[in-house]
Design a protein around this ligand. Structure first.
Ligand SMILES: Nc1ncnc2c1ncn2[C@@H]1O[C@H](COP(=O)(O)OP(=O)(O)OP(=O)(O)O)[C@@H](O)[C@H]1O
Ligand SMILES: [Mg+2]
Length: 422
């Protein structure tokens, strides 16, 4: 984005923002909250104090005070959230289902960051559990290949909550469409190793990502992958409620067959299926299963892997939706046809990610030790990756070279003759 636009306009975070406040904390609410003497004595007036998460989202119902929330002095280690006005907004990167992502500059340090504004306007029941999980998972899964969370900042109303992250130049999906040629085998290995080490780290910390896909994998100009968007993440291993775990997880093309067939308890294997789809996408330079609906996706999976049966997935017929399916006749998998240029070790690894039985599907730790990564060509060092213009930073792709324009046709055009040259 051009830096020539007026600073005042760029530092506004909301359409109806007033001129930028100077304090580090959110400016006062325009409508003065009506405090009863008793509530005012329990909780100091917002917004000079940080808001406890339990009252976020109650903006429309009145001042966010609660007799159930102890005063801040009872929790000295809790620090107040800084204001979003500590950042200068540069440009909008993307609007996703759960938030709008902006590129911004930290006014104190000059660092370029990404701010994800959580969509809270329509929330009727306070601060959503999914957003709490997203923040919590990002904080628990700090790793070289997971996008770094810096802080959570707030605007001047309770629906303005932003996650501040390190800014990463690309997401893998946009990059795949922008690149003139697909990644080399050695590059695919590096990217896959990084993804696997992030996923192994999350699983070690009992976090399921549940939405691994190329648009949620960010990549910087130094060849490093960062897993992002923990909006569907949750802890596993905890007791699960009566209804089980939701099946409304994982973007369709990357969704594991056990979820498609109605399993209400699933685990790390759902992420490993998605990793297999991403690996295939890197090799093919297009998504592996581009289905329009769940049934079409199942039939594409059956076509590539052969249909499931009790020998390759013993618990298959216990799943709720199995009986509603008409299975095609048994046939062996079509790996070689689909991936003609991949080595046997590569095909072996794909088939271990895309294994029907979640119990037998490879784990991230096991995959990291697979022979595919030690055979030639070896993984390329990340520093040797090419860099690309960043769409997120508003950089345009340069034309390879500027060729001179064609000569203009003129009515009195005359061929140059030898006579003219003397
Ligand atoms: N830290 C970051 N640096 C740069 N770009 C980012 C960053 N985080 C997210 N983005 C961009 O914003 C997009 C949307 O972000 P994210 O996936 O977190 O939001 P979402 O609302 O959950 O999206 P969706 O539901 O579409 O997956 C990403 O695909 C990426 O292009
Ligand atoms: Mg996303």
């Amino acid at each position: 984005m051009s830096t020539s636009s007026p600073a005042r306009k760029r530092t506004r975070w909301e359409d109806n923002d007033e001129p930028e406040p100077t304090s580090e904390h959110p400016p006062p609410l325009r409508r003065k909250p009506k405090f009863t003497p008793s509530s005012a004595s329990v909780t100091p007036p917002i917004p000079s104090v940080p808001r406890p998460l339990s009252v976020l989202g109650s903006a429309k119902r009145g001042p966010p005070t609660s007799k159930f929330v102890p005063p801040r002095t009872a929790h000295p280690p809790l620090l107040p959230s800084r204001s979003v006005y500590c950042y200068e907004r540069l440009n909008q990167i993307e609007e996703g289902s759960y938030g709008i992502v902006y590129r911004a500059r930290d006014k104190q340090t000059g660092d370029i960051v990404a701010l994800k504004k959580l969509k809270l306007e329509e929330e009727k029941y306070g601060f959503p559990i999914t957003s709490l999980r997203e923040i919590n998972a990002l904080m628990q899964c700090r790793h070289e290949n997971v996008v770094g969370i810096r802080e959570v900042v707030v605007g001047d109303t309770l629906t303005q909550v932003y996650i501040v992250m390190d800014f990463i130049e690309h997401d893998l999906k946009s990059l795949l469409t922008l690149m003139p040629s697909p990644f080399l085998q050695s590059e695919v290995k590096t990217l896959l190793l990084q993804l696997l080490s992030a996923v192994a780290h999350c699983h070690k910390h009992w976090i399921l990502h549940r939405d691994l896909k190329t648009s949620n994998l960010l990549m910087n100009n130094r060849g490093t992958i960062k897993v992002a968007d923990f909006g569907l993440a949750r802890r596993f291993g905890d007791p699960v409620g009566v209804g089980g775990m939701t099946q409304l997880v994982v973007t369709l093309w990357y969704r594991a067959p056990e979820i498609l067939l109605g399993a209400t308890s699933y685990s790390t294997a759902v992420d490993m299926w998605s990793v297999g789809c991403i690996f295939a996408e890197l090799l093919l330079n297009e998504p592996l299963f581009q289905a329009k609906g769940e049934l079409e996706l199942l039939s594409m999976i059956f076509k590539l892997l052969g249909p499931p049966h009790h020998t390759n997935w013993p618990d298959f017929d216990k799943l709720p939706l199995t009986r509603t399916l008409n299975l095609p006749p048994l046939h062996p998998p079509n790996w070689r046809q689909k991936f003609p240029y991949v080595t046997n070790a590569g095909i072996d690894l794909i088939s271990r990610f895309l294994t029907y039985d979640p119990e037998k599907r490879i784990t991230a730790e096991e995959a990291l030790r697979h022979s595919y990564f030690t055979e030639s060509p070896l993984p390329k060092h990340p520093d040797l990756f090419a860099s690309f213009p960043s769409l997120a930073a508003g950089e345009k792709r340069k034309k390879p070279f500027q060729s001179p324009s064609a000569p203009q046709r003129m009515g009195n055009y005359k061929l140059l003759t030898e006579f003219d040259l003397v």
